[in-house]
Design a protein around this ligand. Structure first.
Ligand code: SF4
Length: 359
């Protein structure tokens, strides 16, 4: 590869020797104008760490409530209790939805909700047990560290105990919600100061991983942060992963705020590529197609991404961070898109176990 940025030449040697890159070098990557060189480096590492497979998962969403006590500025999902379109699903409705999920043969159910002041651990247990009653074999992904912290406060319990109770009731993995960007400055601007801090998010994830409950890690960008703040976030996530190995994948995603411009395609692609290069202890990097659009996500596959996440089958779908272009796609579209990119489509489950390879 011929680079137009000499810094990339040195970095390639370092990466070939499996040396970890520093925060200063990550900054060089973000600042480079050699986008093709950056893509080459990221793609080479993708090939080494994840091979030619591009994974996706069919997931069925059940959103139990959109009522939330928080007021994150980017959230288009939350409602106050008195709003006409506020809802809480009752348990028979949740069980009915779980039963319906059998038709779509999804290997996982994703349960979502806001921080409802009255929905406690007992409610969460009923939801989990109700779903398992209907579809015992399904893996349940649900509850973010923000909800876990909420349960800890309501029940006056340590997170270890909360996790062991939820795991016993059927929880397989928790979501990465609430990470946003760890910078306290940006969290304040985003109106996230009333929910957990970045530090607390990381702490809860460590406890979850130690108890065998996996999760993803994410980064919300394009919200007024500096590149240094993005790198600090990546670094914090990398450190936890060094200790636990419990993050199944990393997904960067942007968000549009009314007073800020959209992130550019160039920025989006760089974010994927730098994530792949910097996060040397992550096997999987996800291109979030509902934010990048299908063409953008397809392009990201040449810049370090190896996962396209989910085919959302049904259920109440939320899109809490606003923006986004598409919300549902089908398996054939996903398979065709991956094949067009010269890669092998692989359907996976929540823990990245292979369900089917479409050679
Ligand atoms: S992002 Fe989550 S915590 Fe924040 S307001 Fe929306 S539902 Fe509530």
């Amino acid at each position: 590869m011929k680079y137009s940025d000499n810094k990339l030449v040195k970095l390639e040697t370092k990466l070939d020797n499996e040396e970890r890159i520093s925060a200063a070098e990550a900054l060089d990557l973000f600042e480079t104008k050699d986008i093709l060189g950056l893509g080459y480096l990221a793609d080479k590492l993708r090939q080494k760490r994840a091979g030619d497979a591009v994974t996706f998962v069919g997931n069925y969403h059940i959103c139990y409530s959109n009522i939330c006590v928080h007021h994150c500025r980017y959230c288009t999902f939350r409602r106050n209790q008195q709003d006409p379109d506020a809802f809480i699903l009752d348990l028979p409705t949740i069980e009915k939805a779980a039963k319906e999920s059998k038709k779509s043969q999804c290997p996982e159910i994703l349960i979502l909700g806001g921080i409802h002041p009255g929905l406690d651990l007992e409610f969460a247990l009923k939801v989990l047990k109700g779903i398992k009653r209907q579809v015992p074999q399904v893996k349940i992904l649900g509850f973010s560290p923000v909800e876990i912290d909420h349960f800890c406060r309501l029940e006056n319990m340590e997170e270890e105990l909360v996790f062991s109770i939820l795991k016993e009731a059927g929880l397989s993995a928790i979501t990465g919600g609430g990470a946003e960007i760890f910078s306290p400055r940006i969290r304040e601007q985003l109106g996230c100061t009333h929910k957990i801090s970045g530090q607390r998010w990381l702490q809860i994830m460590e406890v979850a991983h130690r108890q065998g409950i996996f999760s993803n890690a994410s980064l919300l960008y394009g919200v007024g942060e500096t590149i240094t703040e993005r790198i600090e976030h990546l670094q914090a996530v990398r450190e936890v992963q060094d200790r636990t190995g419990g993050f199944t994948h990393f997904l960067p995603f942007s968000c549009t705020l009314e007073h800020l411009p959209h992130t550019s395609g160039y920025d989006d692609i760089k974010m994927i590529a730098v994530s792949r290069i910097f996060l040397d202890n992550f096997k999987h990097i996800r291109a979030y197609w509902s934010h990048l659009g299908l063409p953008g996500a397809q392009l990201a596959l040449s810049f370090g991404a190896d996962d396209l996440n989910g085919l959302r089958q049904k259920g109440r779908i939320i899109h809490s961070s606003g923006g986004g272009t598409l919300k549902i796609t089908d398996k054939e579209t996903m398979i065709g898109l991956i094949r067009d990119a010269g890669r092998i489509p692989v359907e996976r489950d929540i823990l990245f176990n292979v369900i089917e390879r479409y050679e």
